[in-house]
Design a protein around this ligand. Structure first.
Ligand SMILES: *Cc1c(COP(=O)(O)O)cnc(C)c1O
Length: 398
């Protein structure tokens, strides 16, 4: 049998420490490794596989599009991207879209858009306020936007024009705002930063502050969007509307895509000012259209909310049983469990062993980001495995 890890060691730049597992197939919320072992997938490609693995709707859309038209340059109109744009606008507060290929690229574009707005309407203001523990992507500018030392330090000096401040503290944004500020960029829940849910009212306060100063509010919904936290977009449950929103991860259920959405007010790019070769690629847009249509038609956000609440009660039950669990948090199917010590890796490895994939978001915190189509039965199975693992840990440490 081929030793895939050996070949990987030989050929790859080592940007990530992989888990000892080669995945070859997926179906629904399940994946299989190259030895035929089955796993329940509570990672979902990092909150990407919204409809699970190889959903028939997605496979059909991809197959049909692959037989029809895979790529054409953006000099031409193509149908899938226009249909997708219309559906996105119909189901959100935004008026206009720009398609690209990833989350980082969408955020880069959103910042460029805000800078254009600054030049046109704010006397050249260019600075974007972002928060500590945020995550906005891995390009050089998005590393500067991402308020985490571990992503920034290897690459200094970083591009200018970003100010990192405390999350969930409106005064921090107020204090950092100057005549150079053109926008504030935030996640409605900090996801990679550890599933940090802001206090009620914070996002509304940021909205009010941006209105008062005439600056833009960019919401990074790359992880929270597409039903993940129980509404199609996260902002819909916080009672405010951003000026610009970015999506990527779950938008096409596994096919790479990103989008910048803007309200008319922030629609300020002129022809030639921004672009992308693959952005709006017919294959990716057909996948995203099928995904979004399925999510809307089948009230998948409602289901993520319900199943997410059930997951919370199961996680809370574990917390009351094991005193080394110090917190359970999140919304919808974006959940975290925090431990009193750095034991997330050992719990994760024991879960792997028993056929459950979970994600370690911090050394002491696990993240649960399953496909949005899971039901209570899958939650029961996952929580059964997790409980056995935690009982083993409890015995070992007690
Ligand atoms: C994953 C993520 C990104 C980066 O997306 P990539 O597709 O990896 O570039 C940006 N923002 C948030 C909130 C994310 O979760």
């Amino acid at each position: 049998m081929t030793d895939w890890p050996e070949l990987e060691r030989k050929y790859f730049m080592h940007t990530i420490k992989r888990l000892p597992l080669t995945l070859v197939r997926g179906q629904g919320a399940r994946v299989w490794d190259d030895h035929g072992k089955e796993y329940l997938d509570f990672v979902g490609g990092w909150a990407v596989n919204s409809l699970g693995h190889c959903h028939p709707i997605l496979v059909q859309a991809l197959t049909e599009q692959a037989k029809t038209l895979i790529q054409a340059s953006n000099q031409f109109y193509t149908v899938p991207q226009i249909r997708l744009a219309e559906l996105l606008v119909q189901h959100s507060c935004f008026d206009k879209v720009f398609f690209c290929n990833s989350g980082a690229e969408a955020n880069e574009g959103a910042v460029k858009l805000a800078r254009r707005f600054g030049k046109l309407h704010l006397q050249g203001a260019f600075e974007v306020i972002t928060t500590f523990n945020s995550f906005h992507g891995r390009t050089l500018a998005m590393v500067a936007a991402t308020g985490q030392k571990k992503f920034q330090e290897p690459y200094t000096p970083l591009p200018g024009g970003f100010v990192n401040v405390d999350y969930d503290r409106i005064e921090a944004i107020e204090e950092a705002t100057t005549s150079q500020t053109c926008a504030v960029m935030l996640e409605p829940i900090q996801a990679e930063g550890g599933i940090n849910v802001p206090s009620d009212g914070y996002l509304g306060q940021v909205r009010d502050w941006c209105d008062q100063k005439g600056i833009l509010l960019i919401l990074d919904e790359i992880q929270t969007g597409m039903g993940r936290i129980g509404t199609l977009f996260g902002y819909q449950q916080y009672g405010f509307e951003p000026d610009i929103m970015t999506l990527a991860k779950g938008l096409a259920s596994g096919v790479p895509i990103g989008v910048i959405m803007a309200r008319n007010k922030a629609d300020v790019f002129q022809p030639g000012e921004h672009g992308s070769t693959f952005g709006g690629n017919p294959l990716a847009c057909a996948a995203a259209y099928a995904t979004l249509k399925y999510i809307v038609d089948n009230d998948i956000p409602g289901s993520a909310d319900r199943v997410g609440r059930y997951l919370s009660t199961r996680l809370e039950a574990l917390r009351s049983r094991f005193d080394f669990i110090v917190d359970v948090r999140g919304r919808g199917l974006l959940k975290a469990m925090e431990f009193s010590s750095d034991m997330a890796d050992s719990v994760l490895m024991a879960c792997l062993d028993r056929g459950l994939l979970v994600n370690r978001v911090k050394p002491n915190t696990l993240r649960f980001i399953p496909p949005l189509i899971i039901g209570e039965a899958e939650v029961d199975q996952a929580m059964g495995i997790l409980e056995q693992v935690l009982a083993g840990v409890g015995e070992a440490s007690g």
